[in-house]
Design a protein around this ligand. Structure first.
Ligand SMILES: [Zn+2]
Length: 179
């Protein structure tokens, strides 16, 4: 068995997470420095696809979406329980505590439902545009550019208005519009 030279590892691919200092990669899409928060909680679709590959990113979006759905159901349960327990004529302290839990449950329920809808709609939108127009393969692509999305708060997800991708199989390039 003949060992391949190590140079193959850095490769000639236009987008390569490991190679950052060649002119070619500088001109292309680059991942921001990975911090715990940016890497796992507020990642744009372009960063997610570049880091995990399209299929795994898509899967993660669906899982995250359903975690929000579960949060929504649990907070709805909290809301309903508090609504039933609230005693308008009881001690003030107990009343205030139940009222706080009621408001928290309602806010959490609405917030997580919105986030669930957002994540699923976005995953669906990206999924529908992820087949290569030339060779027809689904989800085998790499990110070569992305529109900047500046909102990076936890509730309003980090986003890209568009992502430019390239098929890993045939090299065909196209743009995924995030509507
Ligand atoms: Zn292709």
């Amino acid at each position: 068995m003949r060992l391949k030279p190590l140079i193959h590892l850095s490769g000639k691919s236009k987008f390569n997470i490991g190679v950052r200092d060649t002119l070619e990669t500088q001109a292309r899409f680059q991942l921001p420095p990975a911090t715990l928060i940016s890497a796992y909680f507020v990642m744009t679709p372009a960063e997610g696809i570049a880091r995990f590959g399209f299929r795994r990113w898509y899967e993660r979006e669906l899982i995250e979406g359903h975690v929000y759905l579960i949060t929504c159901v649990l907070s709805l349960t909290l809301f309903a329980a508090c609504l039933e327990q609230i005693d308008w004529r009881g001690p003030l302290q107990q009343f205030l505590f139940t009222l706080c839990a009621l408001v928290l449950g309602a806010a959490l329920c609405i917030g997580s439902l919105r986030r669930y809808g957002f994540l699923l709609a976005r995953a669906e939108c990206f999924g529908a545009q992820s087949s290569c127009g030339k060779c027809g393969i689904y989800g085998i692509l790499k990110v070569i550019g992305a529109g900047a999305g500046d909102d990076r708060s936890v509730l309003d997800a980090a986003d890209n208005p568009w992502v430019r991708v390239q098929c890993k199989k045939c090299g065909h390039e196209w743009r995924i519009d995030n509507q």
